[in-house]
Design a binder for this molecule. Sequence first.
Ligand SMILES: NC(=O)c1ccc[n+]([C@@H]2O[C@H](COP(=O)([O-])OP(=O)(O)OC[C@H]3O[C@@H](n4cnc5c(N)ncnc54)[C@H](O)[C@@H]3O)[C@@H](O)[C@H]2O)c1
Length: 368
Amino acid sequence: MKPPIRVAIIGAGAVSDYHHVPGIRLDSRCKLVAACDADPALLERRRSEWDISKTTTDAEALCADPEVDAVVIATPNFTHKSIAIAAAKNGKHLMCEKPLGLNAGEVREMYEAARDNKVVHMTAFTYRFAPAMRYLKHLVASGALGTPRHFRSQRFLDLPETSWGWRQYKDKAGAGDLFDMTIHRIDFAADLMGPIARISGAVATYAPRDKTADGKPCPQSEVDDWSALIGEFTSGAVGVWEGTTLAKGYHLDGFGHEWAEVNGSEGSGVYRMHEPNIILLGKTGSDLKPVTVPDEFLKPAGSPRDPSQGKPATVFRYDLMWEFISAIVEGREAVPSFYDGLNAQLVADACLESHRSGRRIETTPAPK
Ligand SMILES: NC(=O)c1ccc[n+]([C@@H]2O[C@H](COP(=O)([O-])OP(=O)(O)OC[C@H]3O[C@@H](n4cnc5c(N)ncnc54)[C@H](O)[C@@H]3O)[C@@H](O)[C@H]2O)c1
C-alpha cells in the first residue's frame, strides 16, 4: 500500500471544519498533517479538534514544507492567489475554495501556475457533488430530458442583516452574493448545459450591515446581497439565475432554498439542495414528481462514505475531498479544476460589468 497523501489545511475556519476535515477523515488514502491560520488561538483549538501536531501562521512556509504533498486553501478570497501560486511553484497539489480570486485576471494567473507546474488543481464547487445534481447531469448528458432548452437557478437564504466580516468588503471578497453563492450556480449551469456564451447581469445591495452580531458598529457593506443573470449557452439554450441572502422566510433548517432545473424538449429535472437525495422529474401532461436518486449517484464510485449516515444536505460535501485525492492517486485532472473556476469567474465578472455598463457581455470560455 502507498503511503497516504499528506494534506495541509490553510485557513482553519468554518468551511474547512465543515467540509474538508471530515472528507479527509473518511479517506484512508490521505492524512491531515498540518494546519495554517492567521489566528493562533483558533490553531490551538484545531490541534486537539483535528488531532494535528504541526500548526503555523505562515502559509507560504507551509507551501514549501517537504512533509506536505497537497494543500487545501480555505482562507478569505483576497489571499487565495498568492497562496495558490506559492503552493503550485513548490509542486503541491491544491484544492482552493471558490471564488478562486477577486477577478478573472487573478484566477488566470492561478490556473496558469497550477497548469505549468503540473500539479492537480481543483476548485471547491461543492454543489456539483450533490446526488440530485450528479443524477441531473447524467439525465441531461444521456438525453433523457431531450434537448436542453432552459436552465433556471434560485438560491435564497434568510440570513441576519448584521456584518459579514471580511465577506462584505470589495478588497477582501471581490463581490457579495455573486461571488459567494451565485458563482456555484454559474459553474454547475455550464457543467450541465455547456459553455455560457453571453449574459446580462444585475446586482443590488439592501442591507447596510453596519453592526456586528453583538451590536458593535463596523464599516458598512460594499458588496451585493442580491444578484441575477440572464444568459445564453453556446448550445442555443437559455438560462436565468437569481440569488440573495435577504429572502425572509426561506430558512429551511439553515440550508435555505435552492432550486435548479433543466427544461428539455422531453422533460424537466429539478435539483434542490435541502433534499439532495431526491430529484423532481416531469414530462408533458404530468406534474413534477419526487423520484429517489439511484444508489450509484449517491456518492462517487469507490468512496467509503455511507450515504445513509448524517444529514443528506451536509454529507455530500465530503465528496470534494474524495475527488481531489482520487485525481492525485490516479494521476488525472480533478473535476472541477481551476480551469472551471476561471470560466465561472469570467461569467461572474461579466455580471458586474453588465450591471455597470447596462450592456450584454460575451463570455467566451478561456483558452486552456
Ligand atoms: N465551497 C463552499 O461551499 C464554501 C462554503 C463556505 C465558504 N467557502 C469559501 O471558503 C473560504 C473561507 O470561508 P470560511 O467561511 O471558512 O471563512 P472563515 O472566515 O470562517 O475562515 C477563514 C479563515 O482563514 C484565516 N485566514 C485569514 N487570512 C489568512 C492567511 N493569510 N493565512 C492563513 N489563514 C488566514 C482566518 O483567520 C479564518 O480562520 C472563502 O473563500 C469562502 O468563499 C466555500
